[in-house]
Design a binder for this molecule. Sequence first.
Ligand SMILES: [Zn+2]
Length: 106
Amino acid sequence: MSAAHAKPAQIGAAPARIDVSADLDALELVFEGDASLRLSAGALRAGCRCAFCVRARFDGVFPERFDGIAITGTAPVGGYAVNIAFSDGHNRGIYPWSLLRALGSE
Ligand SMILES: [Zn+2]
């Protein structure tokens, strides 16, 4: 059997809960074992890896900051990621757990 299996701090581990903060300005993830992560809506929007945003960065037209942006919705994606919708109308971003952890450590 593989040894690369189910460590508590495994980078791909799914959070036990995903909550949007009351004022919609942050996403709060709670992992097994009480570890938690809070990511601002602005950091999440700026960290979007969808094709549109990747292209915008490549073209040099991607904003550096998204001040005042809010999270308007979240939806699970296949058990490995969450889709996040933002108040600027952008809803194409897929955020795998590993990306959320990476954004949280920046
Ligand atoms: Zn995007």
